[in-house]
Design a protein around this ligand. Sequence first.
Ligand SMILES: Cc1cc2nc3c(=O)[nH]c(=O)nc-3n(C[C@H](O)[C@H](O)[C@H](O)COP(=O)(O)OP(=O)(O)OC[C@H]3O[C@@H](n4cnc5c(N)ncnc54)[C@H](O)[C@@H]3O)c2cc1C
Ligand SMILES: NC(=O)c1ccc[n+]([C@@H]2O[C@H](COP(=O)([O-])OP(=O)(O)OC[C@H]3O[C@@H](n4cnc5c(N)ncnc54)[C@H](O)[C@@H]3O)[C@@H](O)[C@H]2O)c1
Length: 444
Amino acid sequence: MQEFDVVIIGGGPGGLAAAYGLHGHGLNVAVVEKDLWGGTCPNRGCDPKKILMAAVEAQGRSEALQGHGLTSVPQIDWRASMAKKRAYTEKIPSGTLEGLKTAGIATFHGTASFNTDGTLTVGEDQLNAANWIIATGQEPRLLDIPGKDLLRTSNDFLDLDTLPADITLIGAGYVGVELAAIASAAGSRVHLVHHNRRPLRAFDGDLVHDLMDRLTAEGVDVKLDTDVTAVVAVDDQYQLTTASGETWTSDLVFATAGRTPAIDDLHLARIDVVTTPHGIAVNDRLQTTNHHVFALGDVVDRPQPKLTPVAGYEGRYLTATLTNGAADPISYPVIPSVVYGKTQLAQLGVTPAEAVAEPEKYHVNDLDLTHWYSYQRTADPAARIKVVVDQESGNIVGAAVLSSEAEQVINYLDFVIQNHMSTADINQTILAYPTLASDLTYFN
Ligand SMILES: Cc1cc2nc3c(=O)[nH]c(=O)nc-3n(C[C@H](O)[C@H](O)[C@H](O)COP(=O)(O)OP(=O)(O)OC[C@H]3O[C@@H](n4cnc5c(N)ncnc54)[C@H](O)[C@@H]3O)c2cc1C
Ligand SMILES: NC(=O)c1ccc[n+]([C@@H]2O[C@H](COP(=O)([O-])OP(=O)(O)OC[C@H]3O[C@@H](n4cnc5c(N)ncnc54)[C@H](O)[C@@H]3O)[C@@H](O)[C@H]2O)c1
């Protein structure tokens, strides 16, 4: 039996933030990882996707400038793009493991599973700890339909040697929309299927509508209100059937209809940790129903968006909790979300829908930005912002942004909102002009 102060299960961004934090405070820490050190984000999520997206963004900018100074649209070389992605991702697991070992953090590679006496088995190893952190993340959810074994996932997409001529993505959430943008730009005919009328549900409906229009203009076959009921192999293709009887064939079909908490291997009932269909139940101190077991990141059932910076923030919070004794309940700063593509969609703080429901408290500025200098320069085909302003203070408290620059604008607004800055405060700063940052004072 090997004894530790804290054992962390899951070597992704959340688990690693806690591991380095706790080790830095002198605790004897171990991390267990069953698959790729570094977890989803750098191996099969944010980073590889955004590397493939670099060529997509460049193509989008070139397209917008046709007739405005550029004369041809660059084509994406999938193999070269994938080689660039692999050159980055293949170093992640070994680099992450080396970093942990160099720091002096104990590492175990294997699937962690709790025993009834509260200890943990990882392969041949038995571990015991004063406290545990579960940071096992989520895994792609396969649809429960005939032919589900034929479905691929985002893990497969982000490692395709060749991009097929025709693909179908079932589910228009973050993953489906981003993979559609990548595959379509790289030359594939893409069918993006969503079961209701409201893709990207957490985002502003009008801006999502605008984004679907852009994807359609880019050549994506967006099918809303479409329920796929079966997938069958036909020769070397796959035939999809919908509830309304529509059929079509694709070279590959991907389930992009959400992710499920990675908890099955852990046998949490043996240690009295309660779970829900959405993950591990925790209180506002990220403590499970077993007081020596904490959970963070994608695996927890909490309303915060499941994003890398959120997992890292929770890792730092648990470092403080487990080193300083009783801590205040976790409270989150505003959390920005971005859906990447040629046209990006971003959101932060009070949503336009929440603002409209409280008209005495907020007002919403809905601004078409296509005529603004910044977007005339890039000839953005769609550029719009909804800014939520607090009536009493006049401060910006939320925003939803659609443009090729939304990822930048939302981070500037994050600083503004987090620091409760008014237009007068921003005006005290001299910002380089003309830039996206110098637009900030015109939003309210
Ligand atoms: C395609 C895609 C794109 C994304 N893009 C973005 C983005 O642009 N921006 C963003 O902020 N977020 C993005 N995300 C989300 C982001 O990847 C996650 O929020 C983040 O990785 C969560 O970190 P985590 O540490 O909670 O879990 P993970 O990173 O999932 O790490 C959990 C680790 O636990 C391991 N594990 C699971 N079970 C066990 C077990 N029983 N024993 C041992 N180890 C176990 C897993 O192998 C995994 O390595 C994306 C996700 C996907 C799928
Ligand atoms: N840019 C980013 O930050 C980014 C990118 C990718 C993933 N992520 C994170 O990963 C999480 C998971 O992303 P995701 O896209 O897998 O999940 P998601 O929950 O965002 O989207 C899944 C979508 O599939 C739909 N759906 C469910 N069943 C369906 C069916 N049978 N047919 C058609 N559609 C169906 C759902 O209504 C939902 O809109 C996100 O919540 C996000 O936190 C973030």
